[in-house]
Design a binder for this molecule. Sequence first.
Ligand SMILES: C[S@@+](CC[C@H](N)C(=O)[O-])C[C@H]1O[C@@H](n2cnc3c(N)ncnc32)[C@H](O)[C@@H]1O
Length: 309
Amino acid sequence: MPLSSASFFSFETPPSSLSYLFIIMSELYTPEERSAEYENYSKTSSQYDATRVEVGIEFMTAAFASVGPMAKLNLLDAGCGTGSYIDAFRGKVQGVVGVDLNQGMLDQAERKFQDDPNVTLKQGSLVDIPCEDNQFDAAMCNQVIHHLAEGEGEERFQGIQKLANEVFRVLRPGAVFTLNLSTPEQTEDGFWWASLIPDAVEVMTKRCPNVSELHEMLSNAGFTIIQTTALKDEVLQGENYLDPRGPLKSEWRDGDSTWSLVSESELSTAMKFVEEMNSDGKMPSYIDDREQRRQQVGQTTSILALKAE
Ligand SMILES: C[S@@+](CC[C@H](N)C(=O)[O-])C[C@H]1O[C@@H](n2cnc3c(N)ncnc32)[C@H](O)[C@@H]1O
């Protein structure tokens, strides 16, 4: 639908600049594009690999090995980003197809795999996966689903349900699907810095389904849930995670989508707090206290689901 002036004058009270942004986004982009683009991966893709490490590799390896000999598997990476997880499995499986919406992320992946005939990259949306039915023996989807949630009401997980339906369609009977995500509880307590930016965290938690909502969506798609595990010993930011001055650096903040939801005023309050805590010597105990919570809940959860024969 074209951007129309009528949208701007239909309010009884003047909309905030955020409302204007939402109107413009809603009219210019499809729901899938909007959900992917709240974080500007076209900008952050070149630094993405420096801010993240892979988690759940052991979980996925065991899951894929349960299907049959790894060397014969045809694997889908749904939302492959820069291809870090493809890199972890290529050479071990027969072939990997990576699908992602963002061309900047795909360009980074393309550089890594241009000489590997067993890796194929496709630009497309996970609500309409550009692959044939029954094509894959296994699929993985890591840290993507919060991008497919939209709005605040009960309908907000429709995109995630579509993703589950689409992954089910492209898997063959007997194939497995591993999904890694942060639950609302993990989004709040699995990251030491989350208490610095409560408003952004609250917005993010609405984008994250809890485990029972995910089980329901996967079951609706036709999957059987085999295993659900909170990964309590792995952190997404690797050795940079505990940097007590991390929140002061934009490249460090770029490693997590929640920071992309922070307002300027919340960011400046958080940065002031971090500066003060570091100079008062109080930061280590602040982080220790927060870390006790992470050790209870973990940062992410991995789910293994089966498309029964
Ligand atoms: C946090 S990154 C994770 C990338 C990769 N799985 C990893 O863990 O390194 C989220 C990825 O999801 C992609 N994405 C978001 N919405 C999408 C959609 N509707 N279809 C396909 N990809 C999407 C983004 O472009 C981005 O590359």
